[in-house]
Design a protein around this ligand. Sequence first.
Ligand SMILES: Cc1cc2nc3c(=O)[nH]c(=O)nc-3n(C[C@H](O)[C@H](O)[C@H](O)COP(=O)(O)OP(=O)(O)OC[C@H]3O[C@@H](n4cnc5c(N)ncnc54)[C@H](O)[C@@H]3O)c2cc1C
Length: 398
Amino acid sequence: MTRTGRDVLISGASIAGPALAYWLHRAGYAVTVVEKAGALRGGGYPVDIRGTAIEVVRRMGILPGLRDAHIDSRRLTFLDADGGKVASLTPGAVSGGVEGQDLEVRRGDLAASLYAAVRDDVEFLFGDFVDVLDEHENGVDVTFRSGRRRTFDLIVGADGMHSRTRESLFGPEERFHRYLGYCFAIFTLPNTFGLSREVMMWNSPGKAAALYAVGDDDDLHGFLNFHRPGPPLDVPRNPGAQRDLVASAFAGAGWEVVAAMVDAMRDADDLFFDTAGQIRMPHWSRGRVALVGDAAYAPSFLTGQGSSLALAGAYMLANSLATHGDHPAAFAAYERDLRPFVAMNQALVDNGAATLFPTTERALEQRDRRLRDLLTLPAAPARPAHSALTLPEFAPTR
Ligand SMILES: Cc1cc2nc3c(=O)[nH]c(=O)nc-3n(C[C@H](O)[C@H](O)[C@H](O)COP(=O)(O)OP(=O)(O)OC[C@H]3O[C@@H](n4cnc5c(N)ncnc54)[C@H](O)[C@@H]3O)c2cc1C
């Protein structure tokens, strides 16, 4: 057995990339991170860090800072098709999280905190990306879009759901993408509704509109989600067509705020449109290249577990590389040890069956009944899937 060398290139600097960089540095690797965006991408919607992932950030020493950044939403209010109140609950009662332990932070705050933990120890190349990977017996020759050329021992794709690393190695996304029956748009809009640290969610069968007030800020996150049995392959991938698709799905909604949200979506300069889906792959590595986070096993926002899987996956991959001297054994151990955790979390949602987004009148009635019951019943226990992985002690530096 030959030991694999220690120069690693990570593609993507969001959640999985910097977390992996931190742990690989701890294991004695020389790490370079390349990020397509010109700088660390800030802002964005709130994300959850739960269960096993809390232990990852604790071991990184960033838990206190993230506790300070915790959003601590006060309530989640559900409205019926006419805008009437169905129930108002604490967010933990709905998400299956553990109140007082699990965290909800702005995605940008989590990315910044991970980056701050590693930026002095790792080389970051912003505004560039991998153009060509050429693997050979002794490493991988990389040509970057900027024209820069380097050779690394290992490459890790942490470049998200629509990973270019995955596509270049394993083929088109369609092979691995499991559509979950919904399309969604997120955007910011002015807080003209007087909301503060709370979420307001309107539902009609197959449609949901949510307003998310992260703080007492002036801006809200707007979220429009609708059921569509098949992916919108016929809709051109441009913002104009996507805006039209969303607007037509919500035409005639019974609550006037939804119409105002559709108008705000049309004006928004930060519209993000996508389909809800998962990435499911038979293998997460090939040769000297591996995938981590959404690139390998995106669970979809419907599970609320994307960031947690990215954090736990980064830890497990780095630990496998630190434990096993050669990459084939390390990549095999990474898959073997992490896959059951990923499978449990991906199984939290099924096509068209997300708890918060019922697609039929009957399913919506049942959901509303369950929500009202939550008002009188004791809080549900935490979801086992969130904590189903016990982290091994981190292997000593090689
Ligand atoms: C609406 C919405 C709500 C969500 N809510 C939650 C939630 O409540 N809880 C939760 O845990 N998760 C949530 N998620 C998911 C979560 O944001 C992701 O699962 C998580 O960020 C995964 O991190 P990642 O680092 O693997 O990928 P990403 O965060 O997607 O990062 C990929 C990075 O790679 C970069 N990149 C892309 N292509 C290239 C390239 N070719 N070369 C170099 N860099 C590249 C990108 O710029 C980006 O910085 C939500 C997602 C959405 C869309």
